[in-house]
Design a protein. Structure first.
Ligand SMILES: O=C(O)CCC(=O)C(=O)O
Length: 276
């Protein structure tokens, strides 16, 4: 199912589009899961954005332990195998799920950022699988800066608390070595930027260091339901960051006996796939 060209694109560009990677059954299971999740949001959920017209972007993460449909998808869908093959890893651990649900016409756009600098883990071998559960126009889909996963420079990332007004999103990124995040939006011509028109069943897989952003900007009457899973490969280790983490897993990792430098494990971050 994963062609050599897909693996090559993932390694070269840090992102690959995989049309119809998931069948209708998984889309229905995840749609049911999102309804369940919105009715029973976790303690980590928030409204990421609410505009003057009352249009919202709902966000939740690591809800798989309570939401049966998410759990089923994480353990039994082809997702872990896709991530493992793209990363070229021997083993794949499930990190967490994230959902982004925008109500019809919501304009809120996700700022440009990289994911791995926010995480409570560190490593190159990571893969996020972003899948819309409704059709999404290219102008509203997540955009990616090709090749940015290989950039050597570390940047000060966006503090999402400024957007969400929620202290749990606070990440300071103040350590001396960081430089301001590049202004991709106002210099789009300087970057190789890609996004796709997508249908339910399609996904994009991207490295946690690939610069991405920009989903939202919905046409009138169009909503957006995204289910995103993050997968960890061979070189990833636990890492607690002084500047803050988002989502911050340090407390729950510590409760489960994980400390900085450890490989992933425990029932919180189960190994879901291994190379045959
Ligand atoms: O879907 C979105 O708007 C945001 C997705 C994203 O940035 C992420 O999962 O890291």
């Amino acid at each position: 199912m994963i062609a050599k060209e897909d693996t090559a694109a993932f390694a070269r560009d840090g992102v690959v589009f995989l049309p119809q990677a998931f069948d209708r059954n998984w889309i229905d299971i995840l749609r049911g899961g999102i309804e369940d999740n919105i009715a029973r949001p976790s303690a980590r959920s928030r409204i990421w954005d609410r505009d003057a017209e009352g249009r919202t972007c709902f966000y939740d993460n690591q809800a798989w332990r309570d939401i049966e449909g998410y759990r089923d998808f994480a353990f039994n869908s082809p997702c872990a195998g896709i991530a493992g093959k793209l990363m070229g890893s021997e083993r794949v651990h499930f990190f967490y799920d994230a959902v982004f649900v925008r109500t019809p016409g919501a304009q809120f756009r996700t700022p440009w950022h990289q994911d791995e600098p926010y995480w409570s883990v560190k490593g190159f071998d990571t893969c996020s699988i972003w899948m819309p559960l409704v059709p999404v126009e290219k102008k509203s889909a997540l955009e990616f800066v090709l090749g940015s996963h290989l950039w050597k420079q570390k940047f000060r990332q966006t503090d999402f608390a400024v957007l969400t007004k929620d202290g749990r999103d606070r990440v300071k990124f103040r350590d001396g070595g960081t430089v301001p995040f590049p202004d991709v939006e106002n210099n789009r011509g300087d970057y190789d930027i890609l996004s796709w028109d997508m249908e339910p069943g399609d996904c994009v897989a991207f490295n946690g260091r690939t610069v991405h952003g920009g989903s939202g900007n919905l046409s009138e009457g169009r909503d957006l339901k995204i289910f995103n899973t993050q997968w960890l490969g061979d070189d990833v280790r636990v890492c607690f960051r002084e500047e803050g983490m988002d989502p911050d897993h340090s407390a729950i990792m510590t409760e489960h006996g994980l400390k900085p430098g450890d490989g992933l494990g425990s029932e919180l971050y189960p190994q879901v796939w291994a190379r045959a």
